[in-house]
Design a protein around this ligand. Sequence first.
Ligand SMILES: Cc1ncc(COP(=O)(O)O)c(C=O)c1O
Length: 366
Amino acid sequence: MNVPFLNPGAQFPPLRAEILAATEAVLARAHYILGPNVAAFEEEAARYCGAGFGVGVNSGSDALTLALRAFDIGPGDEVITTPFTYIAPAESIHQVGAKIVFADIHPRRFTLDPEDVARRITPRTRAIIPVHLFGQAAAMGPLAALGLPLVEDCAQAIGATVDGRPVGSLGVLGCLSFYPTKNLGACGDGGMVLCSNPDTVTRLRMLRVHGIQRRYFHDLHGYNSRLDELQAAILRVKLPHLDRWNARRAEIAARYDVGLSGLPLLLPETAPGNRHVFHVYAILSDQRDALHAHLAANGVPTIIYYPQPMHLQQCYADQGWKTGDYPVAESVSKRILPLPMYPELSDAEVDHVIQAIRGFFNGIAS
Ligand SMILES: Cc1ncc(COP(=O)(O)O)c(C=O)c1O
């Protein structure tokens, strides 16, 4: 049996009629930019996330950049984030001209360690970007207690909650990505900034259209970063299915938990009060590279994220960070192994992955 690592196309056949009808309506109406589907989806997604407003943008990466610009963060400012994630949060800080400050992570939950964040705050710190990594919220209570604006990176965690409150509504702004493999994925790029302050929303709406409120009058230095009308129409079809898909992800995670128990590896840890939406189910193993190869040889090709923490990326070589600066992130990068995780995985496929992993450890033992 072969188990694909990701399968974003699997959502299309069961929703085919609805998606085709929604896209055909967009094509027929020909209101392609910031049309009625973007406006409706902004409302629906904001409501789903418990936020006052949503501003649809071109990608999750742009959502982060526009969020920082909404607070006028730029040169001379510092923003703290995690080195163990996708590059987008660090990139957004760099894009606006501020200084990236990394803090280390929790060794089992992989999200920002609030105590290390506290140590890195200076008078120039303007915001913190906690990443709700792999589908689980960062330690929002202790981070909020630090008294700085929190710009939530919810790209991997739409639907996750903390004590019943949805991510995206916990900080001053929340950033979503609709990249096709995300828990709510478009058929192309897409993102959104969630916000409850009407003045900030006005600024975000200006930033995404070249800084204008009135056509050809540019009050701010802006961007061309709009959520596409076709993508919004597709996302509106998909959003009502998100809770069911997230529930299936949790079921698969529970099946992995049981099937992999007792093996010499560490399973994902969920913090008390958190609802984890398992964008990624990742195990930790000291034999990660051998296990990765063994799985590939047994029909389970996997992709390792993240193999290199952000402070050691070539593009930041001029920043002076070095190996040893963020020991937990570095150690996790060497041991992390994500397993296949998407709602369309069958129990038989999950069991195949479990058997392949058990086979690896049995082979070592024999
Ligand atoms: C944690 C995180 N933040 C931000 C992004 C950026 O989103 P996008 O790909 O939509 O730009 C991603 C992934 O793609 C991500 O995983």
